[in-house]
Design a protein around this ligand. Sequence first.
Ligand SMILES: Nc1ncnc2c1ncn2[C@@H]1O[C@H](COP(=O)(O)OP(=O)(O)OP(=O)(O)O)[C@@H](O)[C@H]1O
Ligand SMILES: [Mg+2]
Length: 112
Amino acid sequence: MKKIEAIIKPFKLDEVKDALHEIGLQGLTVVEAKGFGRQKGHTELYRGAEYVVDFLPKVKIEVICTDDLVDRAVEAIQQAARTGRIGDGKIFISEIQEVIRIRTGERGEDAV
Ligand SMILES: Nc1ncnc2c1ncn2[C@@H]1O[C@H](COP(=O)(O)OP(=O)(O)OP(=O)(O)O)[C@@H](O)[C@H]1O
Ligand SMILES: [Mg+2]
């Protein structure tokens, strides 16, 4: 199992959510975030105005999925979140050791 964390532009959230739903992913966590990348937030436009602060509003999506779905999920996020302009975001992938569904006590891939 893997955790996919994607930092995206907030207005892309619905498109990314729909794209992930389409490939069969059922769970998703969204966290409001602030951050900066290589441009340190300075030259990036947000809603038409240049942001003067270092931190730009972003959304972080967290999805835990089985290994067989990782490539499709990453592709879906990348396609849906991309505008081609700076600040489109990043995707981080890491290993997940265990998942437990609290209600039933199921573990592992059954619980994802
Ligand atoms: N190395 C990093 N570690 C943690 N978060 C990061 C990292 N790089 C980027 N982020 C997060 O992703 C957001 C978007 O980054 P961004 O897309 O601007 O990256 P970039 O490397 O500057 O690429 P680009 O040149 O396309 O803008 C940042 O605001 C920050 O929240
Ligand atoms: Mg950047």
